[in-house]
Design a protein around this ligand. Structure first.
Ligand code: SF4
Length: 73
């Protein structure tokens, strides 16, 4: 995951540290946070409203291969 400053981390919330999150930068430089869980689980939104303070799908990033979400159960 790309390095980010404290202000962005606070703006994003849990997604900033989640293995399922992907930071997307548009051609205009806007930053979006995509939830990869939304691909296979309709309970999650592709672009969750930020900041996320609580999420049942959260998994700490860095537990497995960098940049690779854990396998869905
Ligand atoms: S599972 Fe939850 S915390 Fe993780 S990226 Fe999706 S919305 Fe964010």
């Amino acid at each position: 995951m790309a390095a980010m400053n404290a202000a962005e981390s606070a703006r994003v919330g849990l997604c900033a540290e989640c293995a399922w999150a992907r930071r997307v930068v548009s051609s205009r430089g806007s930053v979006f946070w995509l939830c990869e869980r939304a691909r296979t689980d309709a309970r999650f939104r592709k672009y969750p409203p930020l900041p996320v303070h609580a999420c049942r799908g959260f998994e700490q990033a860095g537990a497995g291969s960098p940049g690779e979400p854990p396998r869905p159960q």
